[in-house]
Each structure stands twice: as structure tokens, then as C-alpha cells.
Design a binder for this molecule. Structure first.
Ligand code: AMP
Length: 418
């Protein structure tokens, strides 16, 4: 949809007074580009596929029109309320954050929202459902669990939102999503939001959405604008030393460090703590309480370094960062742009430091192709990678009896790597 002046301000959009009042209080004046594009389409009852990353205002892009649409039935007596909007989110933190957004934009309406997620006691969630809810935000597993226990009725869903669809597929939720879709009425509006649009997400959209409108904001390459990017070639085993060197000499302030695995996150956290840094971490193996606590400490500025896996931190509204360290380089170029985009929000200037080992050089080439520029290389550091270094080949260790085959029991015990 072309940019139209018509939607310059929120009050140009067909949103009712209670919603506008809440936006005014939050000092939101103008819709962001994704909101400007998505809100009229959603109000028009269209199915929508949106390519939008966190930080673009994508949550309000679906939350505001959903609140507006449900507003007409808002005065239904509490207990006879039916769930009419369902937002499915891959991670607990993201689900909580979405619910907070609904609660704050809808604070002057009588619409009620609640959030369901695993890893927390189920009874209070059942109690909240019993009280009557209009808008439900949930992670797939807990939602299906509560549905099986007859605590959730999805027969009245008018709008289904799949948020961070690419991540949901990466986390193996495809069957759950399809099941959730089948549990909702056939005739409903489906909105799919995804930070990246790989073929598997497009395939999913084709099976679930009906004649959808496609929208995208900021071609991902431009999201990197305003971030000073630096690239360090470094042997894998020297990355921790390089990280300490940079923290000592180059960066101050609030820093988010990305590592690929939870094991890597834990290891780096221990080293930073031992070296006197104020660091915490989030990853998929931490308890829900520990993850929330870490996030809150970072948001409240009690700690200034947060180490995270991509999966644990995706979609989270962690803003106002001074720097991002890509300790491990992602093999998905869009993720690089997504990560560094967290620093330069709202006109701020941030910086990103990427550590590239021999086996990650190919990812850098893909990233540079996407952002259409070369990332400046910093070579005045003590841990330079030999330019001729080739990726390490790990020989399989282990006893001859194991032969790399896993028992059924060990497969069941498989731990998540994120
Ligand atoms: P999101 O991409 O949904 O995670 O939103 C990123 C941040 O932008 C959140 O802190 C929102 O509260 C904020 N935000 C969303 N829409 C607007 C707007 N129109 N004006 C100012 N801030 C906004």
C-alpha cells in the first residue's frame, strides 16, 4: 500500500476514543510504517502476512485493530465473555510482553486479556480463564494442554495471530500451529507476522491464510542504518579473550551479547562474572522465573550486560542499547540485521561488534550481500585470525560401542539447544 498522508497521526485512523486516549498517554503520536500499513487492512477484515521485526511497532500493528474490532462487544458480562482473538507466540517472554501491550492499549476499554505459557503453574491460568477473557495470548504447548483439559474454548475466535512465525517453525511448532488453526472456526481472520520470510513460512501462510495481503517494512537491509558496525576476525578459542578486551577498552553502557547455544551463554556469563562484570543471561533451559528476573534486571538497568541465545531474546522489546556483540555469527543474514537493529532505535546511534571465526566467514559474505556494504574490519586487536585459517574439522570421539546411534530414551531426554 502506498504511503498516504491520511494516516499521519493515530487520530486519522478509525480507532475509538479509549484506545486513542491510551496511546496519547504513552506519547505515541504517529503510527509506525507497519502500523500505518497493517491497521487499515486488519480493520478491513483482510488476512495479512507481514514481514516485520521487533522494534518496528508490530505488536501494536495487530493489537490496536483487534481491540478496535472487539470493542463493539466489550460490555458482555464478564463470565459470559468468549475468547474472540487468539495470539500465538513462540516464547513465554514474548507472550507476556504481547499481553502487557494489549493491557496497556486497552486500559480504557472493558476488554480483558490474559496470557498462557508453559513452565509455570497451570492452576492460576485456569482461574483467569474462568473469569472470562476476550483476548488470549499463548504459547502453543500450554494452549493445547489447556484446550485438552476443556479450559479453553476456541469456537468463537474471530482473529488468529501467529507472531514470530519463523521462530515458531524453527522451534518445531508446525504441527501445533496447524492443530490450533483447526481448533478455531474455519471462518476467521488470520494474521501472520514474521521477522524473516523463508519458504517454509510462506508455505505455512499458503495453507492457513485466505487471499492474504502482503506487507513488509523497511527492507531488512536498511534496518542496519545508523549502527556503526565492526568486524573482528578471531580464532574460535580466542573469542572470550577478545570479548573481555573489547569490554575493557571499547564499549560502555548497556550491551546485549548473542551466542548460538545455551552452553556458550552459560560459559561466557561465568567468565564475565569472574572478571567483575555485571552480567546476566537468558536461554531456553533457564526456568521461567530466572528468565523473567534476568530480563527485568537488564531492563531496570541493575545489570548492564545481557547474554542471550537468539531464540530466547527474539521479539523481546529490549531497547536503548549502546552495543550488540555478535559473539557467534548467525547463518541467517536477516538475523544479523535484526540483532544489530536493536541498538540504533529511535534515532539513537549504536554499535555492533561481530566476532568471525574461520568457519563463519561464509556467513559474513551473505550478510554483506544483504546489507549491500562491507562491514569495516578491525585488525588492531591482539587475537587476529590467520587469514589462511580454515574451519576446524571435529573428528567424532566416542566409544566403538556407541556408533552414534541414540536410544529412544535418550532421544526423549533431548535437551533444547537454545
Ligand atoms: P514492537 O516492535 O511491537 O516490539 O515495539 C517496539 C517498541 O515501540 C515498543 O516499546 C512499543 O511500545 C513502541 N511503539 C510501538 N508503536 C509506537 C508508536 N507508534 N510510537 C512510538 N512508540 C511505539
Amino acid at each position: 500500500m502506498p504511503y498516504t498522508k491520511q494516516y499521519m497521526y493515530f487520530y486519522d485512523l478509525p480507532l475509538n476514543k479509549p484506545i486513542l486516549k491510551a496511546l496519547y498517554e504513552k506519547n505515541y503520536e504517529k503510527p509506525t510504517p507497519i502500523q500505518e500499513k497493517a491497521i487499515p487492512l486488519i480493520l478491513d477484515k483482510k488476512d495479512v502476512i507481514a514481514t516485520a521485526q521487533t522494534g518496528t511497532g508490530k505488536t501494536a500493528a495487530f493489537a490496536l485493530p483487534i481491540l478496535q474490532q472487539l470493542f463493539r462487544n466489550q460490555d458482555t458480562a464478564k463470565k459470559s465473555k468468549k475468547i474472540r482473538a487468539l495470539i500465538v507466540s513462540p516464547t513465554r517472554e514474548l507472550a507476556i510482553q504481547i499481553e502487557e501491550n494489549f493491557a496497556s492499549y486497552g486500559k480504557y476499554t472493558n476488554l480483558r486479556s490474559t496470557v498462557l505459557f508453559g513452565g509455570a503453574s497451570i492452576e492460576p491460568q485456569k482461574e483467569r480463564l474462568k473469569k472470562g477473557v476476550d483476548i488470549l495470548i499463548a504459547t502453543p504447548g500450554r494452549l493445547l494442554d489447556l484446550h485438552k483439559q476443556d479450559c479453553v474454548n476456541l469456537d468463537y475466535i474471530e482473529t488468529l495471530v501467529l507472531d514470530e512465525a519463523d521462530l515458531m517453525l524453527d522451534m518445531g511448532f508446525i504441527d501445533d500451529i496447524k492443530k490450533i488453526d483447526r481448533l478455531c472456526p474455519d471462518k476467521k481472520q488470520v494474521l501472520l507476522f514474521s521477522a524473516t520470510m523463508p519458504t517454509k513460512v510462506i508455505d505455512l501462510a499458503n495453507t492457513l491464510l485466505n487471499n492474504p495481503e502482503n506487507i513488509a517494512v523497511t527492507p531488512s537491509s536498511s534496518a542496519a542504518k545508523g549502527v556503526s558496525q565492526f568486524l573482528f576476525y578471531v580464532p574460535k578459542q580466542k573469542k572470550i579473550e577478545l570479548c573481555l578486551h573489547i569490554l575493557r577498552n571499547s564499549i560502555k553502557g548497556r550491551i546485549l551479547i548473542f551466542r548460538r547455544t545455551k552452553f556458550g551463554v552459560d560459559k561466557l556469563e561465568k567468565t564475565l562474572l569472574k572478571n567483575g562484570y555485571n552480567a546476566t543471561s537468558i536461554h531456553g533451559d533457564k526456568t521461567q522465573t530466572a528468565r523473567q528476573e534476568a530480563l527485568q534486571q537488564f531492563k531496570n538497568k541493575e545489570v548492564n550486560i545481557l547474554i542471550a541465545t537468539d531464540v530466547a531474546s527474539r521479539g523481546l522489546d529490549i531497547s536503548g542499547l549502546d552495543a550488540v556483540i555478535n559473539f557467534d555469527i548467525s547463518n541467517v543474514p536477516e538475523i544479523y540485521v535484526h540483532r544489530i537493529g536493536r541498538t540504533a532505535r529511535a534515532g539513537k546511534v549504536g554499535s555492533s561488534y561481530s566476532f568471525c571465526a574461520a568457519d563463519e566467514k561464509k556467513y559474513i559474505l551473505d550478510i554483506q550481500k544483504l546489507i549491500q556494504k562491507k562491514i569495516p574490519v578491525i585488525d588492531d586487536h591482539p587475537y587476529l585470525l590467520n587469514p589462511k585459517a580454515t574451519p576446524e574439522v571435529h573428528k567424532k570421539k566416542g566409544s566403538k560401542y556407541k556408533k552414534g546411534r541414540k536410544s529412544e530414551a535418550s532421544k526423549k531426554n533431548k535437551k533444547r539447544w537454545y
